[in-house]
Design a protein around this ligand. Structure first.
Ligand SMILES: [Cu+2]
Length: 145
């Protein structure tokens, strides 16, 4: 069941090696074909996506995407300065998805990566105890075949 993800990681490695050998940075070569998804990790301990009432990220299996996440501080931060987290779990068994685990500092950060290879329902969860509403900080992610 991890096959798709492993393949995605392997593809990523090949791409990284190819770009390294031709002298360009990973970000410069990877980004043109990656679709950008804008997300707000807000001060009220909620993820938000513009014009969506119930924020849901929809991707195709294995699709290359860039998450552009704006993070605004709620009440608490981690000792390392992180104010929110962003981790992906498979909905049916809450199994963490490899690579999809980020800590967010205040401001805008971008993460370019491959969508899970396995179609289905996933949940994004915050991994920083950002306020008393932290437990409610989650959002859907749907992987289409
Ligand atoms: Cu949070």
């Amino acid at each position: 069941m991890l096959r798709g993800t492993e393949a995605a990681i392997r593809l990523g490695l090949v791409a990284a090696m190819t770009t390294a050998s031709c002298g360009y940075g990973w970000a410069q070569t990877a980004q043109p074909q990656a679709r950008v998804i804008e997300i707000l990790a807000d001060h009220d301990s909620r993820y938000k996506i513009q014009s969506q009432k119930q924020p849901t990220i929809t991707v195709r299996a294995g699709e290359q995407i860039t998450l552009r996440i704006t993070a605004k501080k709620a009440k608490n931060r981690n000792r390392d300065g992180s104010i929110h987290g962003f981790a992906l779990l498979r909905a049916k068994d809450r199994q963490p998805v490899p690579e999809w685990d980020f800590l967010l500092k205040p401001g805008i950060q971008e993460f370019t990566l491959a969508a899970p290879g396995e179609p289905g329902e996933y949940i994004v969860v915050c991994t920083v105890i950002c306020s008393e509403d932290h437990e409610g900080m989650s959002m859907r992610l749907v992987v289409l075949p």
